[in-house]
Design a protein around this ligand. Structure first.
Ligand SMILES: Nc1ncnc2c1ncn2[C@@H]1O[C@H](COP(=O)(O)OP(=O)(O)OP(=O)(O)O)[C@@H](O)[C@H]1O
Ligand SMILES: [Mg+2]
Length: 275
């Protein structure tokens, strides 16, 4: 019998979670500069465990940078990012001072986080199954047979079981992106970061990928932080939508409120342009 690769948490796990910090992710006065260019300007926001949060905002405003900082692909210029109660970028030093986090510390925290990129980024020298089993075997230390069984279950979830042995270049963009989603899920992330995962796809392939993501949002308790220009999708899956511009979250609320009755002129203007 196929195992459920993304089982909802057990009652024991829920009890353990009750003692865990409420915010799974916290940005506290986070600054990111490239030279003189301030991209994130003392940015504050939180994402709670199990929440589905969508970030919207103009091109070039820094949405990808937020996700890349969380993945430790970039370093903060100031402030603190906390994941599950532990600072990602700093460790407590002597006398309450902070010292930069070690690579090992960052790797530990990063295990909780998965990311799917706009451009899929599948490993070109591996077939589909190898793409999905590589990290579980080499990073999590799973037995190959177990990793492969789970990979096949995940391929079922994204509707691609028959493509296990295919090479990524033989797949459509939509299929490649669904493999990338399966690959991210194979690491059993607590939080999944989605960066405009459908914007490189031909229009007819978008719906299939969004359906897979809707399924994940509905049937798992993975926390989602999602950057998207697909406003209907954002409305469907989000518990909260954050309008981001000029380095800060300028407005945040339920999809009904943010799309239906935004407070800020800048949000109205942006939505007017994209809806
Ligand atoms: N490595 C880098 N060096 C210098 N500037 C960078 C670098 N990466 C990003 N930037 C700048 O930071 C700003 C934010 O970029 P980012 O990719 O986060 O924007 P975005 O909101 O994701 O945009 P889009 O909607 O187009 O994807 C941009 O002005 C970009 O030019
Ligand atoms: Mg981006």
């Amino acid at each position: 019998m196929a195992t459920d690769p993304l089982q909802k948490t057990s009652p024991e796990q829920s009890a353990a979670d009750a003692a865990a910090p409420a915010h799974l992710v916290e940005f506290d006065q986070v600054v990111k500069r490239y030279g003189d260019h301030v991209v994130l300007d003392h940015l504050d926001f939180t994402v709670d465990r199990g929440q589905h949060v969508t970030l919207i905002g103009p091109s070039g405003s820094g949405k990808t940078t937020i996700l890349r900082l969380l993945m430790t692909l970039e370093k903060v210029s100031g402030g603190v990012i906390t994941v599950d109660g532990r600072p990602l970028t700093h460790l407590p030093g002597p006398d309450g001072a902070r010292k930069p986090a070690t690579e090992r510390h960052q790797r530990e925290i990063r295990k909780k986080i998965g990311m799917v990129f706009q451009q899929f980024n599948l490993f070109p020298n591996m077939n589909v199954l190898q793409n999905i089993t590589e990290a579980p075997v080499n990073v999590l230390g799973l037995e190959r047979a177990e990793a492969e069984e789970r990979a096949r279950d995940l391929l079922d979830l994204v509707g691609l079981r028959e493509k296990a042995d295919a090479h990524p270049t033989r797949l459509s963009g939509g299929q490649q992106q669904r493999v990338a989603i399966a690959r991210a899920l194979a690491m059993r992330p607590e939080i999944l970061l989605l960066d405009e995962v459908t914007s490189a796809l031909d229009p007819e392939l978008v719906a299939g990928v969004l359906d897979v993501l809707r399924d994940i949002a509905r049937t798992t308790d993975i926390t989602l932080l999602c950057v998207t220009h697909e406003m209907n999708f954002a409305r469907d899956i989000s518990d909260r939508v954050m309008m981001f511009d000029s380095g800060r979250v300028i407005e945040s609320g339920s999809p009904e409120k943010l799309f239906g009755d935004p407070e800020h002129e800048r949000t109205r203007e942006f939505l007017g342009a994209v809806l």
